[in-house]
Design a protein around this ligand. Structure first.
Ligand SMILES: O=C(O)C[C@H]1C=CC(=O)O1
Length: 96
């Protein structure tokens, strides 16, 4: 199952820079691990915002929820999840 996830990062303005830097470091590790596992298929920065648009390829909404809530930055992100299904005009074999 494919899901589009929009993540808006909202770190508290008074968070110590070294705490923020460590959170971002471990977040990057986790995000790259999920990409290598094929779960996080696309990761795009939204131009001009501290936000991303991502495509996840998971077995279920429960799995997506577990992955998203495991992210170190999860407490500091607003997320919008959209379930995707195959478009009848798509020519890509992996759009499912
Ligand atoms: O920077 C972000 O968009 C937030 C988060 C998502 C992946 C990652 O490495 O950080």
């Amino acid at each position: 199952m494919l899901f589009q996830v929009e993540m808006d990062v909202r770190l508290p303005p008074d968070m110590a820079p070294e705490v923020a830097d460590e959170l971002k470091r471990v977040e990057r590790e986790r995000a790259q691990q999920m990409q290598k596992e094929g779960k996080w298929r696309h990761l795009w920065r939204v131009a001009g915002r501290y936000a991303n648009v991502s495509i996840f390829d998971v077995e279920s909404a429960d799995e997506l929820h577990a992955l998203l809530t495991s992210l170190p930055l999860f407490p500091y992100m607003a997320m919008k999840v959209t379930a995707l299904c195959r478009h009848p005009s798509s020519i890509r074999d992996d759009d499912r």
